[in-house]
Design a protein around this ligand. Structure first.
Ligand code: ATP
Length: 234
């Protein structure tokens, strides 16, 4: 579904990705783990068109999407649930969800998807007219997830979905992400919480200073003594 080869990206003089290659198969949940600043977010930003690659290729669903802008990537079926949630604080919950579907021209299916988001996240249904900025952190995360799903994506990318959430909400959020995979979508998950990510993923890549330094199933990486030492607290 997604094939990244030798991807290089940077910000001005900073080189953030120094030749990343990775694959995500259709229907898989793949995790990217690694320390702060390793290049995980930049990888997602390159896929969704928020940063332009300097070299390398990104193929998605049989097409070359390298250098697509964000609207083109979204139209191709990529949804990005960014770090920090980034809901539109002064817009209602309903309008935030509508923004997720802004490129779609199939109002009947959009309506069905909206009903589904409200039934999956009853708190959002109760608060549909409330300004998104007044929701709790966990509710804003649910809204960001719901908004991403409103584009009917083939690939959903989550950047640090558990950041700043209470432990019970973290568990719930990761269960929802797993459910999105179980529902047939392909998921690419960036998580600071490496242990949780490795437990729920099918496959994982460990990124350090802009390179993939290890790859394997979640179970493989959980059992790896070096990974345990550096990322899982021994
Ligand atoms: P984090 O969990 O902190 O987001 P990350 O693994 O996602 O870490 P990136 O955000 O991809 O890492 O950052 C990779 C490198 O690029 C880091 O050295 C970072 O300082 C740098 N970087 C990221 N965003 C910018 C930016 N907007 N301008 C300049 N440098 C940046």
């Amino acid at each position: 579904m997604l094939e990244i080869r030798d991807l290089e990206c940077g910000y001005g003089p900073v080189s953030a990705l120094k030749g990343v290659s990775l694959d995500v198969g259709a229907g898989e949940l793949v995790a990217l783990i690694g320390a702060n600043g390793a290049g995980k977010s930049t990888t997602l930003r390159a896929i969704s068109g928020l940063v332009k690659p300097r070299a390398g290729t990104i193929r998605f669903d049989g097409r070359d999407i390298t250098g697509f802008d964000p609207a083109q990537a979204l139209a191709a079926g990529v949804a990005h649930c960014p770090e920090g949630r980034r809901v539109f604080p002064y817009m209602s919950v309903a309008d935030n969800l509508a923004m997720g579907a802004y490129l779609r021209r199939d109002p009947i299916l959009v309506g069905q998807d909206l009903d589904r988001v409200y039934s999956d996240f009853p708190r959002l249904a109760e608060r549909r007219r409330q300004a998104a900025g007044t929701l709790s952190g966990g509710e804003q995360q649910m809204l960001a997830i719901g908004r991403a799903l409103m584009s009917r994506p083939k690939l959903v990318m989550f950047d640090e979905p558990s950041l700043g959430l209470a432990p019970t909400i973290v568990e719930q959020t990761l269960r929802i992400i797993r459910g999105i995979r179980d529902g047939g979508a392909t998921v690419l998950l960036v998580e600071q919480n490496a242990f949780a990510a490795l437990e729920i993923c099918d496959y994982a890549y460990l990124i350090a200073t802009g390179r993939v330094v290890k790859r394997g199933t979640g179970a493989d990486l959980l059992a790896d003594p070096n990974v345990r030492e550096a990322y899982l607290g021994g």
